[in-house]
Design a protein around this ligand. Sequence first.
Ligand SMILES: *[C@@H]1O[C@H](CO)[C@@H](O)[C@H](O)[C@H]1NC(C)=O
Ligand SMILES: *[C@@H]1O[C@H](CO)[C@@H](O)[C@H](O)[C@H]1NC(C)=O
Ligand SMILES: *[C@@H]1O[C@H](CO)[C@@H](O)[C@H](O)[C@H]1NC(C)=O
Ligand SMILES: *[C@@H]1O[C@H](CO)[C@@H](O)[C@H](O)[C@H]1NC(C)=O
Ligand SMILES: *[C@@H]1O[C@H](CO)[C@@H](O)[C@H](O)[C@H]1NC(C)=O
Ligand SMILES: *[C@@H]1O[C@H](CO)[C@@H](O)[C@H](O)[C@H]1NC(C)=O
Ligand SMILES: *[C@@H]1O[C@H](CO)[C@@H](O)[C@H](O)[C@H]1NC(C)=O
Length: 489
Amino acid sequence: MGKPPPGKCSQEVCFGLLVSFVLCLVLLCLNHSTSLGANNWIDLSMSKQVRPIGVMKINNTEDSCSDRYIYIHDDLPSKFNSDFLINCKSISAGISSSSIPSMCPDLVNLGLGPKIENSDGVLANESWFITNPYLLEVIFHNKMKKYECLTSNSTLASAIYVPFYTGMDASVHLWDSNLTIRDSSAKNLVKWLSGQPEWKKMWGRDHFFVSGRTSWDFRRVRDNSSEWGSKLRFFPESMNMTMLSMEGSLWKNDIAIPYPTSFHPAKDSEVVQWQNRVRQQERPYLFAFVGAPRPHLQGSIRGKIIDHCQASTTCKFLHCGENNCHNPVNIMRVFQSSVYCLQPRGDSDTRRSAFDAILAGCIPVFFHPATAFSQYLWYLPKNHTKYSVFIPVRDVKDLKEEGIIEKVLQGISKDRELAMREEVIRMIPKLVYADPGSRLDTPDAFDIAVQGILERIENVRKVIREGRDPSIGFAEGDGTKFTFPDTVD
Ligand SMILES: *[C@@H]1O[C@H](CO)[C@@H](O)[C@H](O)[C@H]1NC(C)=O
Ligand SMILES: *[C@@H]1O[C@H](CO)[C@@H](O)[C@H](O)[C@H]1NC(C)=O
Ligand SMILES: *[C@@H]1O[C@H](CO)[C@@H](O)[C@H](O)[C@H]1NC(C)=O
Ligand SMILES: *[C@@H]1O[C@H](CO)[C@@H](O)[C@H](O)[C@H]1NC(C)=O
Ligand SMILES: *[C@@H]1O[C@H](CO)[C@@H](O)[C@H](O)[C@H]1NC(C)=O
Ligand SMILES: *[C@@H]1O[C@H](CO)[C@@H](O)[C@H](O)[C@H]1NC(C)=O
Ligand SMILES: *[C@@H]1O[C@H](CO)[C@@H](O)[C@H](O)[C@H]1NC(C)=O
């Protein structure tokens, strides 16, 4: 789910491969040029300056929002957001063709999509939706409108949220072969932003926006129309801003936040009930794979994964070819009946499926560090052996031994399995986006994102106060971010 339908994939994948190749070259240069300054890098994710969420003291003399005010750039011209909603008929998420069904039905319920009325007992009765993950930017905006520490006075704000619908804009322009047209709205956006009085305060370093696509879609390195993506994230203004999206890039100002799943609880009790439910689930299958093969994607291990699954009597395979995976009920039914869920890379490094698995209490099995470990740093436990299994696969050859996946999984003790599942279930509340119409006491994925961005910006502010250069450590490329570690524990 969440990937372009077959037919369009191969095109995107080709572009992706090209991009990867060029990026490798670029990063070699970057690595070279920044290696001297490496010791001076500031880790913007480290120090905790901002009061944690939930710690709202009952003390009237102190403003509980004092370091958490956010200003929404509501004056952003409508062509950057609400016009897309009005014109939803001619927009199709993730694909360019206008012959594809419109996005309007997905936009209902504040962007959560249509409610699932009957799940055949697979899901809870309330709070499940057919959510289009590309609409993360709309869901985030709707949640931001309800944020408890908004200010209409930007001088009081710790952060400036730009409600630009990057992904929707991409649906309109990303496939244009004319690069001037492809980059036009991105260019207009940064021009508009840097012309506003809010910009001067921190030269945009307190600005952030959210995208319902992967960062790679906005990281075109060269001006060659056969290369994928827009240049949005390479404009000088963008180097001063942070983007949150479902998949980060090698650059430090592209930060990954979870894919939206189909569960959007409206009450804390719904989350607890769901956790109890998946904890008690019977899991007849040892492992499962939900997805489609990628025959055109060179080096894809999916074919092999499917072979391994089909050769095993304890594996459940759900083929996503025939629109089986549009309905979350089908996916969740499989994940809830399995102990382990295989998560090879999709068209890009990350998959929404990893979040569906965790939501179902299914222990994810990763094959590449870039699928989760090096992405969702604000969300996942640092020690990945606590909640997941890692079978490093650098190459299809690594899977040539028959039954190797099953063997690895069979070899895991019952105790470790239980401990991992408990950790997975513990992670659920932070990984769901609660219904934008309600407020939960437990921090959800949105709350964690807001906390993370406030801390990042506060650290930049500290650097500026101390007279240091805020550009160091802000937007550099880190060529090693998505590579395999030397040692695998
Ligand atoms: C309330 O906060 C102020 C400022 O931090 C502090 O001086 C005061 O002692 C607090 N009062 C109570 C009742 O905690
Ligand atoms: C959920 O809905 C089904 C069918 O409408 C109903 O039989 C069941 O009692 C409901 N469960 C709860 C917990 O409300
Ligand atoms: C915004 O806040 C600043 C700092 O407290 C204050 O000086 C200014 O008057 C406020 N502006 C408005 C329009 O309220
Ligand atoms: C691309 O579009 C711009 C703006 O519409 C136009 O001026 C330019 O000629 C186009 N370039 C090509 C190569 O078609
Ligand atoms: C653009 O990229 C294509 C494919 O890599 C290549 O064949 C072509 O020569 C490039 N064009 C320019 C102007 O660099
Ligand atoms: C980016 O920030 C730096 C200061 O950190 C500033 O000098 C530069 O002008 C800013 N760039 C833009 C395009 O505003
Ligand atoms: C990571 O977690 C595993 C399982 O809980 C534990 O055995 C291991 O010691 C931990 N490693 C580190 C570095 O904390």
